[in-house]
Design a protein around this ligand. Sequence first.
Ligand code: FAD
Ligand code: FES
Length: 256
Amino acid sequence: MTMIQGSFPIVKISLLAEKLYDLYVRCPVIANTAKAGQFILIRVEGFPLRRPIAVCEADRNSGILRLVFGIRGDGTKKLSQIGEGDWIDLLGPLGNGFELLPGKKAVFVGGGLGVPPLLEAAKSYGSNAEAILGFQTDSQVALRDDFQNHGVNATVMTDDGSQGRKGLVTDSLEELLARRHPDILYACGPLPMLKAVASIAAREKIRCQVLMEEKMGCGVGACHVCVCRTKRPEGGTVQSRVCSDGPVFEAERVVF
Ligand SMILES: Cc1cc2nc3c(=O)[nH]c(=O)nc-3n(C[C@H](O)[C@H](O)[C@H](O)COP(=O)(O)OP(=O)(O)OC[C@H]3O[C@@H](n4cnc5c(N)ncnc54)[C@H](O)[C@@H]3O)c2cc1C
Ligand code: FES
């Protein structure tokens, strides 16, 4: 895997939803090789550790990388203050992305900040994909049109019913699975959501890949800060590094 570190110009940054920013960076060397499910480490001024943000879209024609990030703590708050024309230090693409199955049917399940990392993969399936996008409330809903514009039938679920349908993404997933049996599920979001989706996938015998988010240190496999427990094919469990063994794992391998 070739990872690039360099400084790149910001083409656009805008507010997409409440505390959610849409960042476009011109960096053909990364956009040309980045795969769905991989991530980029962003250097934020004043913070020694880079912040991992998944590839939302990578456009090989324009060389533009789209990163969508929410404000969680001080690092992402500082990142939201950069502007058009500023330069940003990126390292990537990193990690193992989603395995895509051309011509097959897929269902994408995203929760909150777990929605942006699914877009690039969903685009490759187009109308062979359905997406279930969950948010707490109306002001946080984002990217539905981006999925739809690529032919993906996207359903929005909100906890309070203020947009789309009221309920959990897993409610909508259960309904969808009663109608059709996709070849693969992809999920990204909070751990309890991933656990619930993985359990439904196991019950229905559908392959499922999850993009895991763990706090990261080095981001490149050296410090073991980012480990999660996974099952070994030969039995027993092992600590896997989300940054270099993941961030995408087969759901059946993850010990939730
Ligand atoms: C593979 C991967 C992909 C991600 N993709 C996205 C994305 O597309 N959009 C998005 O909004 N967020 C994404 N995140 C989460 C994002 O990295 C954190 O929200 C961010 O690092 C928080 O930094 P902070 O300084 O604002 O928060 P703080 O809590 O102040 O951060 C302190 C430290 O913890 C780390 N950290 C905190 N929360 C997380 C977290 N959930 N995951 C990883 N490290 C964390 C920070 O990197 C930093 O080292 C991703 C995380 C991972 C691991
Ligand atoms: S963040 Fe250092 S090994 Fe994963």
